[in-house]
Design a protein around this ligand. Structure first.
Ligand SMILES: Cc1cc2nc3c(=O)[nH]c(=O)nc-3n(C[C@H](O)[C@H](O)[C@H](O)COP(=O)(O)O)c2cc1C
Length: 200
């Protein structure tokens, strides 16, 4: 087992996996652009089916011209805390593959691949001393319209990245929840040989 970040794994996983978590208390500071590009570079080294690299990222730095719009594209519950991040970005995936002959074919894995990229992004952010917090609470139709997302692309999620600070900056209800979460027992999610319905 590994103990780290008030979490305990069942097996000796690297502490890195326990130390990454999704806080909401961010200090509102600026992130050097070089750091953001390093984080996105890591994300796009993720594996993808046939190396199609279907992920796309649209970002805004805090206090940039686009920042107010990016905050507005989150549901209110997320705006409350994510407005203090250093960067907001949307993860978008291309829903088709392009064959060697240049034909477009529906992709069965674009969301899975984009998920791998998001996790790489989160880990690189962590390694640079930041925290990344994924968000499904976003206004997808408005994102498509306002950010010019073309047909054939799916808005997957948003990510807030920033420097964690004291939970005292949060409204009380969010401050109470500002602790690294636990996980289901491994035996509820990993099965030998056949699927077993658990944790339902
Ligand atoms: C795709 C995705 C969507 C999420 N959506 C939200 C969200 O809209 N608002 C929020 O506060 N947290 C959101 N989260 C954060 C999760 O609640 C969090 O990752 C989960 O509880 C596990 O905690 P940990 O990341 O601290 O380990 C999201 C995370 C992911 C990966």
């Amino acid at each position: 087992m590994t103990n780290s970040n008030s979490r305990q794994s069942e097996y000796p996983v690297d502490p890195l996996f326990l130390d990454r978590w999704s806080p909401r208390a961010f200090d509102g500071g600026a992130m050097p652009h070089e750091h953001l590009l390093t984080i996105l570079d890591a994300a796009h080294w993720a594996p993808s089916a046939s190396n199609q690299q279907p992920w796309r990222f649209v970002y805004a730095h805090k206090d940039s011209e686009n920042w107010p719009l990016f905050v507005e594209l989150l549901v209110e519950a997320n705006q409350r805390w994510a407005k203090n991040a250093s960067v907001l970005l949307f993860v978008i995936s291309r829903s088709y593959n392009i064959s060697r002959e240049g034909e477009k074919k529906p992709s069965g894995t674009h969301s899975f691949d984009a998920g791998a990229a998001w996790f790489s992004l989160a880990m690189q952010a962590h390694l640079l001393g930041y925290h990344a917090h994924g968000m499904a609470g976003i206004l997808k139709d408005q994102i498509v319209e306002k950010l010019d997302v073309p047909d054939g692309y799916k808005v997957e999620a948003a990510v807030a990245i920033g420097t964690m600070t004291d939970k005292g900056v949060l409204p009380d209800d969010l401050a109470e929840r500002e602790v690294p979460s636990k996980r289901l027992p491994l035996s509820d999610v990993a099965f030998e040989g056949r699927f077993i319905v658990k944790a339902d």
